[in-house]
Design a protein around this ligand. Sequence first.
Ligand SMILES: [Fe+2]
Ligand SMILES: [Fe+2]
Length: 273
Amino acid sequence: MTELLVRRLLIDLEQPVERHWCNGDAFLSAWFNALSMSFPVGEQFFIDSVRNGFKALPAEQQDQRRDEVQGFIGQEATHRRIHALFNAQIQKHGLVNEWEPRARERLRLVEGTDLRHGLAITAANEHFTALFAEWMLSHARLLDGCEPRLQALWLWHSAEEAEHKCTAFDLYQALGGSHAWRVKWMRRVTWIFLSDTLRQTANNLRRDGTLWRWSTWRSAVRHLLGREGLLRLSYRPWRAYFRPDFHPAQQSSDLSANWLRENARLFTPVSAP
Ligand SMILES: [Fe+2]
Ligand SMILES: [Fe+2]
């Protein structure tokens, strides 16, 4: 079992956030903003799926997993609260979250179905966030010139995503979830997640008036497809999920543990709910 500490991040998100808060880069700001817009609804779904999965376990397995599940729920609940504050700031720039209502509609489709569907969707999304986290923590220099509170927000969230990446996956396995459904959901989630992220990013850029700037597209190509780009570097670890013997723990989380150790001054531990 992984020990998951719930941390309260000591940053103030009542203060305004600059329009191009990510080093003046319109593309990166819009891309991160799009991801943040998906978090409150997505993370609530992950919490509900993990909670439902946990309740379906036999009593002795619940005892073994209780602390980890409470830690997972506490971490995701903290993320969704803090990203809601961040989202309220970026919406003051005229951005509109069109992802959230679409995601809400779609998630309604799995309500009342076998609870392993919710867990497989959560595990697939958690694999995505773990890949993003690894890329973020290994390219933390992208945030070097940003306000310290926003650097802390993105790196703390990344570190905790890497830290709890096994929880939903392990519950799915413990409840007898099949490989066939696990990879089927990964294929669907990949398509939905990438298309939603790109759609909301383009939407943010359009409302920002920077969609058709050369510098925006140059940044997009560089940070997604370039030598150090997110999509390029994540392709292999993403594919690994389709192997029958895949487990999230096979992919390193050292950067996460190091970051949390070195930045302990940025948060206080809180007890899980
Ligand atoms: Fe999260
Ligand atoms: Fe997560």
